[in-house]
Design a protein around this ligand. Structure first.
Ligand SMILES: Cc1cc2nc3c(=O)[nH]c(=O)nc-3n(C[C@H](O)[C@H](O)[C@H](O)COP(=O)(O)OP(=O)(O)OC[C@H]3O[C@@H](n4cnc5c(N)ncnc54)[C@H](O)[C@@H]3O)c2cc1C
Length: 452
């Protein structure tokens, strides 16, 4: 491949077999083993521009990788050119303006570490290796979202390399339609080289922890949780997370392999232990760790459950509510769970997320009080069929209680036809804007919104 036109690139231009190429194309989910023809490990916005121009002028497919956590494997394609942003790690915190600006390779853990030096934070995903911009472009929800909204609700501005190779700023007062589109429309509208986000006073101490109960009374506990959550303040977040106990020493041996219900909780106030007492008194937990902790540690609570480099399949719905039918479906399917890393949970939305007008950004699921998410996880490809069979059956059963919408970032590779339903009434405007900003659909390796 003649790459002389990329000689100005400050980063590295790699072909299959070159050192660093495999790292550039590696994804969190090993179900996707893809090999582009060329990987450009960009260091600057100019590198990104040069690569976008190269792909467009040679009519090559283009994919863009940030943190590499796409549940659909969208960020690396077979063939074509890969823009790998993972080395773009600049973070600038402005304590006066209370903003943080991050480049395309920054993870949640890296941003949190920088902002927490000043007692500040902004909502991020709950697994700390997820890319900040990758999550924000689809919505971005975490422990802080009930209080401070989604990541898209905290975006102030973005630097974007567009399909025609321009490097421009998008904000409320500059390219406002592009600014609207990128706050939920994923990577469809350009490569976002950096993003400016609003910060809030958080931590450094918060309350966090997990209360893990045997699954035999899960129905009763989940009904209690439903009522508890209905009156909970925005400062509180809790995910009822169901999984099978791994065979590790921290769990009693007789529980290994058993399904459990884990209340993974967070409160902004480190002294809110009394508030969470009712959740601690539901029975005899298998394991309980709740107390004041550093915010940065709270942000890593899920990391061990979902390690990089295994096989995963994501299935999700937005739910009408936590009806008895929803809870009964959870109780029926969790004990049948296949895959040692599999999990299923409810995601309370509400709070500040629900108070934003659904047309303010492309993210359309603001009216749903809960999300439902299955993360099927396993190691051995021989189990592909049995694991995905379980997940699909569970997902279909839960569909009876769903709004029809779904959080776009959770859509799996085998159901990308659901993309329009993720955007609901906002989809038509996205299609129109795609036609304006990327009429040739150069940015198509994503939850694609084809141009009009
Ligand atoms: C373990 C795990 C935990 C998660 N937890 C949460 C959670 O708590 N809350 C939540 O909201 N979501 C969560 N997600 C979903 C997550 O938000 C999405 O998978 C997100 O897109 C990942 O971003 P990434 O940069 O890591 O992934 P990538 O695979 O690199 O990118 C994902 C998509 O975004 C595009 N993209 C990435 N960066 C850019 C950029 N700078 N410019 C243009 N396009 C770009 C890619 O092309 C791709 O289409 C989780 C996902 C995983 C795997």
């Amino acid at each position: 491949m003649d790459t002389s036109e990329l000689s100005s690139v400050a980063g590295r231009v790699l072909e299959p077999g070159d050192r660093g190429f495999d790292e550039a194309r590696a994804l969190w989910n090993t179900r996707f083993e893809r090999s582009p023809d060329l990987a450009v490990r960009c260091l600057t916005s100019d590198d990104v521009k040069a690569t976008v121009d190269y792909a467009r002028e040679h009519a090559l497919g283009l994919s863009v990788k940030g943190g590499g956590h796409s549940y659909a494997g969208n960020s690396v394609s077979d063939g074509g050119v890969l823009i790998d942003l993972s080395l773009m790690k600049r973070i600038a915190v402005d304590t006066g303006a209370r903003t943080v600006t991050v480049e395309g390779g920054v993870t949640g853990a890296e941003m949190d570490a920088a902002t927490q030096e000043h007692g500040l934070a902004t909502p991020t995903a709950t697994v700390s290796s997820v890319g900040v911009i990758g999550a924000a472009l689809g919505g971005g929800a975490g422990y802080l979202s009930r209080k401070y909204g989604l990541m898209v609700d905290n975006v102030i501005s973005a630097q974007v390399v567009t399909a025609d190779g321009r490097q421009i700023r998008a904000a409320a007062d500059e390219n406002p339609d592009l600014f609207w589109a990128i706050r939920g429309g994923g990577g469809n509208f350009g490569v976002v080289t950096s993003l400016e986000l609003r910060l809030h006073e958080v931590g450094p101490q918060v309350l966090s922890g997990q209360i893990i109960y045997p699954f035999d009374r899960a129905g009763e506990h989940l009904r209690f949780f439903r009522d508890f959550m209905a009156d909970a303040p925005d400062e509180f977040q809790c995910y009822p997370f169901c999984f099978r106990v791994p065979p590790i020493d921290m769990f009693p041996e007789e529980t290994h392999g058993q399904p459990v219900l884990d209340f993974v909780l967070y409160h902004e106030d480190p002294d809110a232990i009394e508030f969470v007492a009712p959740l601690r008194e539901l029975g005899e937990p298998i394991l309980e760790v709740v107390g004041a902790s550093q915010y940065v540690d709270a942000q890593t609570g899920f990391d061990a459950n979902l390690p990089k480099g295994q096989r995963y399949l994501s299935k999700a719905h937005d739910l009408v509510g936590l009806s008895d039918g929803v809870i009964d479906t959870m109780v029926e399917y969790v004990p049948k769970m296949v895959g040692p890393l599999s999990a299923a949970y409810f995601d309370p939305i509400g709070g500040a997320v629900g108070r934003v007008d659904p047309s303010a950004t492309p993210y359309a699921g603001r009216g749903a009080p809960f999300g439902f998410h299955i993360i099927a996880g396993w190691m051995d490809s021989a189990e592909d069929e049995s694991v995905s069979g379980w997940a699909s059956e569970f997902h279909t059963a839960m569909g009876a209680h769903a709004t029809g919408g779904v959080y776009v970032n959770l859509i799996a590779d085998d159901e990308t036809d659901r993309t329009p339903s993720a955007y609901g009434a906002n989809y038509a405007r996205l299609v129109e804007l795609k036609q304006r900003w990327d009429p040739a659909n150069l940015f198509s390796s994503n939850y694609n919104i084809p141009p009009a």
